[in-house]
Design a protein around this ligand. Sequence first.
Ligand code: KG4
Ligand code: ZN
Length: 338
Amino acid sequence: MKDGFLTLGIETSCDETSAAVLKGGDKLLSNVISSQIDVHKLFGGVVPEVAARKHVEVINTVIDEALEKGGVRLNDIDLIAVTAGPGLAISLVVGIAAAKTISYSMNIPAIGVNHLEGHIMANMLSDKEHGFPAVCLLVSGGHTEIISIAGPGEYSRLGGTVDDAAGEAFDKVSRLLGLGYPGGPVIQSASEKGDAAKITFPRPMLREPNFNFSFSGLKTAVLNFTKQNDIGDENAKISVNDVAVAFQEAVVDVLTQKTIRAAIETGAGTVWLAGGVAANRPLRESFKTECEKNGIHFSMPDFLLCTDNAGMIARTGYEIFRKGGKGLELSPQPVCPL
Ligand code: KG4
Ligand code: ZN
């Protein structure tokens, strides 16, 4: 690999259009993210066709901006890394078509990247110690999995959710509490005004001797609680903020305890957090505290690298290419395990 190797990352798997320029393995020169949250908010969730149209509208501008902010021209790029899956097929198509067009016209190699691996590899941009074996909690809108990592590209799944993903639970509970979309950030800010001592929700599967999770029952417990109790505004005996903080605490508790146990039982010296829910402040704090207590090295991606972004895709593509790998096929793969 030449010095100053430049990778252009492109990500359009869901509702964020993103492009990034990575120099070498760890210098992110730019990471432009155009979010569609304001549009999807009106519908209470991501509408795939709307998402795809928005990607088409902004993809060129986002790539231009990433190049400009990175201080490079398209001619300078050595590799294009694009998300090939998992994600919404009609959204993935937009990023892949852009990558293939640039690749073909400029004669630059392009490789497909697994979005989930991207989330995990975001840690390599933030954690310079890279201690392996590691255990990673991958926790996003579509996935909640505990993964054992022997090294980059060497993953084995220890367990995961048997029903809803944690991010999905945040989104559904937020909707039923009337707090809006996306659920994670709004529940987090409502929680800051809530009293955690008022309600205790169950900790599903916490004591089971495996690394699986279940969040659908917790969501039902919240629903039943709201039906059986008078939930009011901030001045009421039980406020919506109290319900939010109790729900968030239950999720954080289960995610933290099971991941730490996975690290201890597998002898991993490092724990990583990855995915959109990794942006949750109480979750980050809880992981930090418990890792410190157990003498485990802990790292998490910088806040902006947790939710969908092209920086993590560029980092993953660079790693695959460096080792002579081909990456995923350049066609949308809506279902695409690690
Ligand atoms: O990784 P991501 O951006 O997209 C997927 O690949 O799914 O994750 C999105 C998920 C959403 O469910 C969103 O509610 C959740 O991440 N999320 C959060 C926070 N920020 C985003 N959940 C809890 N707390 C947050 N601060
Ligand atoms: Zn994601």
